[in-house]
Structure formats: structure tokens, C-alpha cells
Design a protein. Sequence first.
Length: 372
Amino acid sequence: MAETHEESFPDEVGDVAGRNKSSWHQRASAYVAELQAELDIIEVRCELSDDKKRLLKKTNVQLEAAREALNSRDTPFSSISGSAVDRTWANIHRAEVSVLKLAGDNDLTWWGTEVLARTKQHLGAEDPLRNELEAQVGSNGRRLNARFRDLAVRALRAANDAQDLERSRLRSFRNILLTSFLLTSLIAALLVVWGYVEPSAIAAKLCFEAQPSPPPPAALSKQFCPIGSVPGGGDVLIVEFFGLCGAALAGALSLRHMQGTATPFMVPICLLLLRLPIGALAAVFGMLIIKGDFVPGLSNLDSDAQILAWALVFGVAQESVTRLVDQQGAKVLDSVRGPSRGIEDEDEPEYRPQPQPSTNGARRPARHRVLR
């Protein structure tokens, strides 16, 4: 029996992501469903004024826009520009602020801890909104009330905007990596084509002449190329291939220092891909350096095996360059903070909330959200 629409999307508004969607789609869809449920509860429980009814209507429109962005078809342009991701989280964040505005006074209690945590994750230590919210909420047992609801709304909006900027910077860095990968790959491919079209220009520079030792008076030097004794485009190709293999080996060893990411931009994978064309180019340029007598004692290699071995070494050596790119990538990834990344203020004493009895004698648990 064919799968029905209701089986894929159990909720009538389609908040549950399809099975073939990525992980960030799943998380965002689940959060949209949670916000929709809270809006429905507010609409039933609370007596809303005309202004709040209009705000409720606009919030439902924002959630619908987030659903459309989540269910839109991914294209190469949308992946590069991040339009679907930005549209989704921009509408989710604005809807989240609206839920805080619409929440009843009795439901505000535990918003204080959540909003304060978000501001600490994304706003600087000198930010006035963060400091004021921390002072107000801290003096009230980390609980929020209607007196400073507006302050919490503004702080939450500022923290969400800061998070959106963090995500934009990460996407921009990912695009830089992809552009660098494409350009270096194009240069490596052009060198191979050039080697086939005019072997004397590039391929001949990868060949070496070796003389017998001791050289007879009338001995002729013998030429060694990466493939055979006559330069050709295949020599450039195999040198680049061995350089690429060396870069892949170095990249595999560097995995022990890499960290994963919950963002949809796959920066660690882009860092690994960038090593491959750089390793290929490093092998060719390294052999040219040896051919130019820049390395004493290596001006003449004795066999094609030595040529390929040095190509492999230069491919591994590209790690000295790409390690700097890895460090920058780690900084950009660390700037995207989420609930699992902790709070920046390590010097603050750990806060241990005391149980607060509610009106019905049971303690109400703090609210936790899965946001990124």
C-alpha cells in the first residue's frame, strides 16, 4: 500500500519533516511544531486583546513561512546562498519572540532562565541588555515576571539576531572554502591539459637527468620522467595524483583534531576537500623547485620512483599550509554557539537553583528547547 500524506506528515499543518530531509530540517521542524502548540495553547487559555490577536495571526504566518522554507526543494543556489536556512530560522526566531510576548503571566516564570542562557551564549559580556536582564532575573531567583517582560523580549531578539549573524559568517566561510577548492582544482586541471598540449612547457620540467657514477668521459646522461623517459601530459597527471594521495593521507591523520558541527554547512568536509587540489599543486610546484636547484643535493633524481616519492612527500607537506586554514575554521565553528557549547563566562560561580514550590505544591521543571 502506498504511503499516504498523513503517514509522512502526521500533523495537519505538516510540521513533521519528511524522511528524506536533513538533520537541520528535522530539528527546525520539531521546533516549529512546538511553537505552534504553544500558540494554540495561548489562543485557548488566554483572553487576548485585539492587538495580541493581530500579533497571534502574524505569528502563525511566520510559522507557515518557516514551513514553506523547510519543505522547499534544495537547489545549488539555495545551498550556497543559505536562503532556505536563513528564512527558516529568521521566521522561527521572530515567532519565538512573539510567543514570549503573548505568554500569560503564569507561564513566564521559567522563561527567565532560558532567555538568560541564550543571551550569555550569543551576546558579549559588556552587552547592556544582557547585563540588565541578568541583574533583574538574578534578583528574582532566575524567574521572569510581567514587570520586565519587555526587557526579556528585547534581549531574546538581540540574542537571536546575533545567532543568525554567527550562522551567516559560517556560511560565508564555507563558501570561501568551496570557491578556493574549485579554483585550485581548475588550476590543477589546466596544468594537466597544458602538459598534454605542450609537454616541453610543464611536463619536461618534471624529468631529471642522471649520469652513471663515476661518469665515463663520453657517457651520455639518461633522462628519467615520472612515466618513462619522454615527457608528456601523463607525467603531470601522475605527479598530481601522488600529491593528492599524500594530501588525503595527511587529511586522514588530521581527523583526530577535527570536530563535527550541527550546522547545515559541513565546514569540516570542505576543509578536507580543499587539501586535495592543494596537495596536487604542491607536488608539481615542489618538483619544479627541485628542478630549479633550490634544494642542494636534489637537483638530479635517480629514478622515476624517486620522482613519485617526492611528489607524495610534497602532497603531505601541504598540511603546513592547510593547518592554518583549519585553525581559522575552528575559530569560525567555535563562534557559532548553542546549548551544547556552554556559557562563555567561566569565571562566574555556578548557579544551583533552589526548588520553588508552585501553587499546586509540585515543582515546575525548567523549560528546555532544542534550538539548533
